[in-house]
Write a protein that binds this ligand. Structure first.
Ligand code: GN1
Ligand code: MG
Length: 357
């Protein structure tokens, strides 16, 4: 991969191209991420280029992280919250040739998993995300900016899907016929959400909004959770965002890129471990309404992600990078299958939730 990395960026943080080993790292679809290993330093760093077509106002991310970091440092000084390192000029980001960059500490002796294998890893990850929400339960969410407007708003995602459908070329609509039907037939999930969304006991909370397994650092030896990373989408949301995205990404042994749908199944031991980990932190915080919506959180987020992939396919793949033309359609198929599996296993899953509440 070409390292499109201006040496001005390194200079802003006091490094040079000559004295620093730069390696691309991570598999995120949105930002470009590099590991910096400066020869003169014991520490390593993470350098990230912020995708400004997705995050239109990167200063909103910086502002959220600053508020949350200050709050946590005062109330819970032992908590490891990964906040950006300032530039030499004292800025939270480096703005170089029209691009925003930020530097983060690299946390040694940890691993980030691409695939979740053991149930214990689901426990640890869910516990870390639950912990972040618990520590921030009294934080004033109104002080946070929306880093991506209406990011997890399902009605927006349904509207975007319907618009894409209106504008899509006929040949794409023919290929995606089944998934378009699936998308339409599951719209009741939005109605169900709307029947709760204005209740007082369905509060806004601080949500991470991207709780996939690779966004948790685990201790490289013990696999205990260390901290959460990828904090661009920390903002106000409903609890379903984090737990739902964990269901989307922890329960199946294969990722959203798997095209053999017979492999898209739900692992009950991983579900149980995830619920236990999350509730070990959040049980005393969640309201009765929220507790009722635990399983629904998975349906909401998986459906939303299916819609997002399908919409992007119909739009000609403008948002998610692809390796082949129908990849976003395949991702949508994968997510609809996962949604189906959640419904098929509903009784067992709900029993597990209830026995842990
Ligand atoms: C994007 O880039 P990454 O993998 O962190 C997306 C998430 C999706 C995910 C699906 C800002 O996250 O919402 O769930 O892809 N992030 C954004 O792989 O759109
Ligand atoms: Mg992310």
């Amino acid at each position: 991969m070409e390292l499109n990395l201006d040496s001005e960026v390194l200079k802003a943080y006091g490094f040079t191209k000559v004295n620093t080993i730069i390696t691309p790292i991570g598999t995120g679809l949105i930002n470009r991420t590099y590991l910096l290993s400066p020869v003169s330093e014991e520490n390593k760093f993470i350098l990230q280029n912020i995708n400004t077509s997705v995050f239109k106002h990167p200063q909103n991310i910086a502002s959220n992280l600053k508020l949350i970091a200050n709050y946590l440092a005062t109330k819970y000084p032992a908590y490891l919250f990964i906040k950006p390192i300032s530039t030499f000029g004292g800025e939270e980001m480096a703005f170089i040739n029209g691009e925003y960059w930020r530097l983060l500490p690299y946390i040694s002796h940890t691993v980030s998993l691409e695939v979740l294998n053991e149930p214990q890893q689901a426990y640890e990850a869910a516990r870390q995300f639950g912990k972040l929400s618990r520590l921030l339960a009294d934080f004033d969410t109104n002080t946070l900016q929306e880093t991506i407007p209406k990011f997890h708003d399902l009605s927006l995602r349904v509207d975007q899907f319907e618009n894409a459908l209106k504008l899509a070329p006929t040949e794409l609509k023919i290929i995606a016929k089944q998934q378009i039907e699936d998308a339409t037939s599951q719209k009741h999930l939005l109605d169900y959400f709307n029947s709760f969304s204005h209740r007082e006991d369905f509060p806004d909370r601080v949500m991470h909004h991207d709780t996939k397994i690779s966004n948790v650092l685990l201790d490289a030896k013990t696999f205990k959770g260390v901290c959460v990373i990828d904090l661009d989408t920390i903002m106000q949301g409903k609890f379903i965002s984090d737990l739902g995205d964990m269901m989307r990404t922890y329960l199946c042994a294969f990722s959203e890129n798997e095209t053999d749908l017979s492999k898209i199944n739900i692992r009950l031991p991983h579900f149980e471990a995830m619920i236990k980990g999350y509730l070990s932190e959040m049980k005393s915080i969640l309201t009765e309404t929220e507790k009722k919506l635990i399983l629904f959180s998975g349906k909401y987020i998986i459906y939303m992600q299916a819609l997002r992939f399908l919409t992007d396919f119909l739009n000609g793949n403008t948002y998610y990078p692809i390796n082949y033309p129908t990849q976003n359609l395949d991702r949508a198929k994968n997510q609809f299958k996962l949604l189906h599996e959640l419904s098929v296993n509903e009784k067992e899953l709900q029993d597990i939730i209830e026995s842990n509440l």
